[in-house]
Ligand binder design. Structure first.
Ligand code: NDP
Length: 298
């Protein structure tokens, strides 16, 4: 019988927390040789039984393969781990570093520079998934990548094993920026949902009955971001306006009075309403809410 003799890229993983373990498992399952290191050795046991080679130091792990994937707690832990390889005199020239540790754009750019100074290629990643979504394509989980396009293209097939890949540019900070932008929007959505549930909390309304109505409404409203983007690009914030700022500001007392009547603090809603009122005071009544974005940018 014909055998698939194309060798899959060997991968080194540094960091075997919940996410690192989930990522590593998919490479093993897909037939990639996997070398792993974790600060607490016991956490490598699961992947060892699945075929991973466990090494004692980060320096050994880095020396084992060209493609090195980091998935550590934060940028400080990346600092400590990579400083360890540096001290061990590990030669990073020709190494492909893919850092999936959540960081800020500035941290990602500094890390890219750190790698460049040592002759390594660098790709930063922002994971848009939780561990159970890794290796399960139908969940829609994916990873933002930014930094060396060359490195991304070279390893795209391997990087596509755990989750989808979305490359967002040569600027190493862009993956982190996209990651934080999407998660920030998510927290805004969670804040709105928290206020909605608070409004019915003391009533004879089943939260489980509100939930599907809420989810459908949020989905119905989500495409509004396309109009916002269109207005930002054109600079015309009156383009396609359906509900003017003036009309919406006039409605805010209804929301605040309802919150008061229900014994609910308006502290999640009020900051946004305050920005809307400032915008109206600047004479933007016929516009959409897009001008709020400019009020936020210093
Ligand atoms: P865990 O807390 O499960 O694991 C953290 C990992 O970092 C462990 O391997 C831990 O080692 C290691 N670590 C922490 N501090 C140090 C240090 N000073 N030196 C060496 N190693 C250190 O986190 P996750 O695996 O869940 O997350 C990893 C990354 O993935 C994070 O940046 C997170 O933001 C990101 N991510 C996680 C998601 C999730 O839902 N879990 C979702 C999207 C992104 P040890 O075992 O020795 O403690």
């Amino acid at each position: 019988m014909a055998q698939n003799t194309v060798e899959k890229t060997p991968v080194t993983m540094l960091g075997l927390g919940a996410m690192g373990t989930a990522l590593g498992r998919t490479w093993l399952a897909a037939g990639h040789a996997l070398t792993v290191w974790n600060r607490t050795p016991a956490r490598a046991a699961a992947l060892a039984t699945e075929g991973a080679k466990v090494v004692d130091t980060a320096a050994e792990a880095v020396a084992a393969n060209t493609l090195i994937v980091l998935c550590l707690l934060d940028d400080t832990s990346v600092d400590e781990v990579l400083a360890g390889t540096d001290l061990a005199g590990t030669d990073l020239a020709g190494t492909d570093l893919v850092n999936l540790t959540t960081s800020t754009p500035a941290q990602a750019r500094a890390r890219a520079e750190w790698a460049r100074e040592r002759g390594a290629r660098y790709l930063d990643g922002g994971i848009m998934a939780v561990p159970p979504m890794i290796g399960v394509p139908e969940t829609g989980g994916y990873v933002f990548y930014s930094g060396s396009r060359n490195l991304f293209e070279r390893h795209q097939e391997t990087l596509s094993v755990p989750a989808g890949t979305t490359y967002v540019g040569e600027d190493a900070g862009f993956a982190a920026l996209h990651d934080v932008a999407l998660l920030s929007a998510m927290y805004g959505m969670f804040a709105g949902a928290a206020h909605a549930f608070a409004l019915i909390r003391k009533e004879d309304i089943d939260p489980a009955a509100l939930a599907p109505l809420l989810a459908d409404w949020l989905v119905a409203m989500a495409p509004a971001v396309h109009q916002t983007a269109d207005q930002l690009r054109s600079g015309d914030y009156t383009k396609g306006v359906v509900s003017s700022l003036a009309m919406q500001v006039a409605g805010t007392p209804t929301f605040l009075s309802t919150a008061e009547q229900q014994g609910v603090s308006p502290e999640l809603l009020s900051p946004y309403f305050e920005l809307m009122r400032r915008l109206l005071a600047e004479g933007s009544g016929e516009e959409d809410l897009t001008g709020v974005i400019d009020l936020l940018v210093n």
